[in-house]
Design a protein around this ligand. Structure first.
Ligand code: SIN
Ligand code: FE
Length: 292
């Protein structure tokens, strides 16, 4: 069964209606990728100069826009260029957030907006270690950012000017992956969460949920046999398309491409149409105890 659900929408402010919104949410909450092949994020003529790796400061992986401070980070250039670049990423941020609000109005009151990013570097050869290698199948979990089960919803837009797709592999459903790896995962050491938080390695306390998600992330990436033989499909997302998924749930790997925009939104488990579909609830059911 395909993990990709294709949607014929070419408008950043669609009006899907209640039944269609429910259908889309059910697909996303089942871990599928919503693929919108006709939704293009347009760059203006004078913005096309930003399709170049030289705008990256090379220290950060991505150029990111913070919706609270409205500032960008990770870019280099003169003040006026940086302001134009900030504007571009801000426009993507507004478009992506508007799209989610229109497609999934049920989520709107509970969404917490996080950063948008512009990724001008080629995917190939960018990883510094296996743990950071996003060309290996994984679910998103971040060592310094515990979230206690809060969802990670992401909107992506390929803006490659040379016709190059963003090639992903999309893996098996979350519960299948979890059942495979959970038996090998040790419990978090008593006291470890407090130490990590006191040393400010984590920005808040790492819950057992966060510990388990990080372990799943690492064990998936470290397992060469799993990478090769796990159920998966290769999906080339063409330039001029958009796709959306819960990246804490959808097993994914970025295999190639260059020039991508991404927006992250967070949603509490209670904000889902079906809270039982959340990785937190799936793991709690499999492990037989509360994790957050
Ligand atoms: C990822 O989230 O693992 C990478 C996605 C991408 O850069 O295409
Ligand atoms: Fe990822």
């Amino acid at each position: 069964m395909s993990q990709i659900e294709t949607l014929d929408i070419a408008d950043w402010a669609p009006q899907p209606g209640d039944a269609e919104s429910r259908r889309l949410a059910a697909a996303l909450e089942a871990g599928k990728v919503l693929f919108l092949p006709r939704l293009r994020f347009e760059l203006q003529q004078r913005e096309k100069r930003f399709l170049d790796p030289r705008w990256s400061d090379r220290k950060a992986k991505n150029i990111s826009y913070d919706p609270v401070s409205k500032a960008i980070k990770g870019a280099q250039g003169n003040a006026s260029d940086l302001e134009d670049l900030r504007h571009l990423v801000e426009r993507f941020h507004q478009r992506a957030v508007g799209l989610i609000r229109h497609l999934l109005p049920h989520y709107t009151t509970q969404l917490r907006l996080a950063r948008a990013s512009f990724r001008p570097m080629p995917v190939a050869g960018r990883a510094s270690s296996w743990r950071k290698d996003d060309s290996r199948l994984h679910v998103d979990a971040f060592p310094s950012r515990p979230n206690r089960g809060e969802r990670i919803l992401r909107v992506f837009a390929n803006v490659n000017p040379r016709g190059e797709p963003r090639v992903w592999r999309v893996g098996e459903p979350f519960a299948d992956m979890a059942q495979r790896f959970l038996p090998k995962i040790p419990r978090q050491l008593p006291g470890a969460a407090a130490v990590l938080s006191t040393l400010r390695i984590t920005k808040s306390r790492r819950s057992e949920y966060d510990h388990t998600m990080l372990q799943l992330h690492d064990r998936m990436k470290a397992d060469a046999d799993y990478q090769k033989n796990a159920p998966q499909q290769t999906m080339p997302f063409p330039p001029g398309s958009v796709w959306i998924c819960f990246s804490d749930q959808t097993s994914h790997a970025a295999m190639g491409g260059q020039y991508l925009f991404e927006q992250t939104l967070h949603l509490p488990v209670a904000g889902l149409y079906d809270p039982q579909s959340a990785p937190l609830r799936v793991l709690e059911k499999l492990m037989g105890r509360a994790l957050a």
